[in-house]
Design a protein around this ligand. Structure first.
Ligand code: T5A
Length: 209
């Protein structure tokens, strides 16, 4: 990674507005002359997209450890094929729709593997690369469900989980924000997309001088 390259991730529960804000950040950075690559997890590589399909379309409940390792396999491949080579060029920015904090919240907290167990799995190369900045778009469960309903799509593997699972996800993300206060910026994502973008713009303005 060169000193002038940058790695951003967006996190939050379903419908928190990650995709909406990513489009905004992408445009902002391209206008500022950065080379930008936006990726999603799981996925982003041919192998990762197959894993995405295998997890999110799974008709049987996976063992939490199996689930966790599938996400990590997708991540390791994405780092090797896309993220690490891209960041070698100066003035490059990777924007990632979900990364380590999703695994911490979903598998570590909500699936009860434990935050320490999942963190330990990320101590090894190449998974030990953390983003420079993570925007955690914080909404409550009611807002998430309202937005999912408005969108009207069929519920996927995780969206069909019980209420307790989703409440644990929110707790998991909030715990992560406390563990990594320098990296994770929590944003009240119940606000309008424009208000959220303003918070991100101010923060990016400070970081990318
Ligand atoms: N997963 C992933 C794990 O369990 N472990 C892992 O390690 C990883 C990496 C991936 C699934 O995999 C799990 C988590 C996920 O369940 P996904 O489809 O990639 O699934 O992710 P989702 O979060 O499900 O994607 P969504 O599209 O639901 O959420 P977004 O991207 O946060 O939301 P967005 O921007 O599409 O917005 C949703 C709707 O809300 C509106 C939008 O117009 C849209 O209709 N909206 C707003 N409305 C009002 N106010 C705002 N501020 C709004 N922002 C957006």
């Amino acid at each position: 990674m060169t000193p002038e390259s940058f790695f951003i991730s967006l996190e939050g529960i379903e419908g928190s507005g990650k995709t909406t804000q990513i489009k905004h950040i992408e445009k902002l950075l391209i206008d500022k002359g950065y080379r930008v690559l936006t990726l999603r997890e799981p996925g982003g590589t041919e192998f990762g997209e197959k894993l995405r399909e295998a997890i999110l379309k799974s008709s049987t409940p996976l063992h939490p450890l199996a689930e966790c390792h599938l996400f990590l396999a997708s991540r390791a491949q994405l780092l090797k094929e896309k993220i690490l080579p891209f960041l070698l060029v100066p003035k490059s920015v990777i924007i990632l729709d979900r990364y380590i904090d999703s695994t911490m919240a979903y598998q570590g907290k909500a699936r009860r593997l434990g935050l320490e167990t999942v963190l330990e799995l990320h101590r090894h190369d190449p998974l030990n690369l953390l983003p420079h900045r993570t925007y955690f778009l914080d909404i409550n469960l009611e807002t998430s469900l309202e937005r999912q309903k408005l969108r009207g799509q069929q519920k996927d593997y995780f969206e069909s989980e019980e209420t307790e699972f989703h409440l644990n996800l929110i707790d998991g993300y909030r715990e992560m924000a406390q563990i990594f206060p320098e990296r994770i910026l929590t944003i009240d994502a119940s606000k309008t997309p424009e208000d959220i973008s303003k918070v991100i713009d101010i923060d990016l303005g400070k970081i990318l001088k």
